[in-house]
Design a protein around this ligand. Structure first.
Ligand SMILES: [Zn+2]
Length: 251
């Protein structure tokens, strides 16, 4: 029952996240227009056309009005949100931890979706994300020591900044944005110093998997600039959930 509730909430939140991500940088806000509309014909979606995931499947991924294909990207955000809500519920040892993980996962999802579309990681997400995690670990809500969290944030961000600076020195182009460094401040806080290496390993594996299945064609990502946000986020979230098991397995 608890898991079913988590899945439903994840799905509904995912729908909200995809609205946030799709409206970023368009001049629209989260509350205005109140109803989602088709990006092609401007047709306002009715309640029935706006059910997370279900509407997409029933309408076979097309706008009911003009027939334009709706990018699979949006229901994918809903699926990821649902999956995270369930994984976090299975893992969390208290409702407070689950709540904190839902907020953290939400920030990660919206930031990743925006990064994929615009190559930007907005400060309005990364900084509050870091504060939420540090506050939660300080309050003992997360299963991570506050000092570990603090060290993970700053050493992680510094290491990524150093890699970015080195890459720029050698290739003479920006391979990584400063947004990634700020995102690392948040994610390093989530994994802690001890698990930074596991985090980087999982993030690299996710990036490798992504280039193998070559999703880049579908989302139209340029080859010179890679949005690292989604890989960093996946790596950190999975490390938070399974870091201890992975560390035990490696040793
Ligand atoms: Zn339409």
């Amino acid at each position: 029952m608890y898991i079913l509730f988590a899945a439903l909430l994840g799905l509904i939140l995912g729908s909200f996240y995809s609205v946030c991500a799709s409206r970023y940088g368009t001049g629209k806000t989260i509350i205005k227009p109140a109803r989602s509309e088709c990006p092609q014909c401007g047709h306002q979606l009715s309640v029935l056309e706006n059910i997370p995931l279900v509407s997409f499947i029933i309408q076979k991924g097309r706008c009911k009005h003009c027939g334009v294909r709706i990018p699979f990207f949006y229901p994918l955000i809903e699926i990821f949100s649902m999956a995270w809500a369930v994984l976090a519920a299975l893992h969390a040892s208290s409702p407070a931890e689950w709540g904190a993980l839902m907020i953290i996962g939400g920030i990660c999802l919206v930031a990743s979706a925006i990064d994929l579309q615009t190559f930007l990681l907005p400060d309005v997400l990364t900084y509050p994300g870091a504060v939420v995690i540090l506050a939660a670990s300080y309050a003992g809500v997360l299963h991570i020591d506050f000092i570990q969290s603090l060290l993970g944030a700053f050493i992680g961000a510094f290491a990524l900044w150093a890699v970015a600076a080195l890459y720029k020195l050698i290739r003479k182009i920006d391979g990584m944005g400063f947004g990634d460094v700020k995102f690392m401040l948040m994610l390093g806080a989530l994994t802690g110093l001890d698990h930074l290496s596991i985090f980087v390993l999982i993030a690299s594996l996710c990036a490798l998997l992504f280039s193998i299945i070559s999703l880049r064609k579908k989302v139209g990502i340029s080859t010179t600039y890679i949005p690292f946000g989604p890989f960093l986020a996946s790596g950190a979230l999975l490390t938070y959930l399974y870091g201890n098991q992975i560390a035990a397995a490696i040793q």
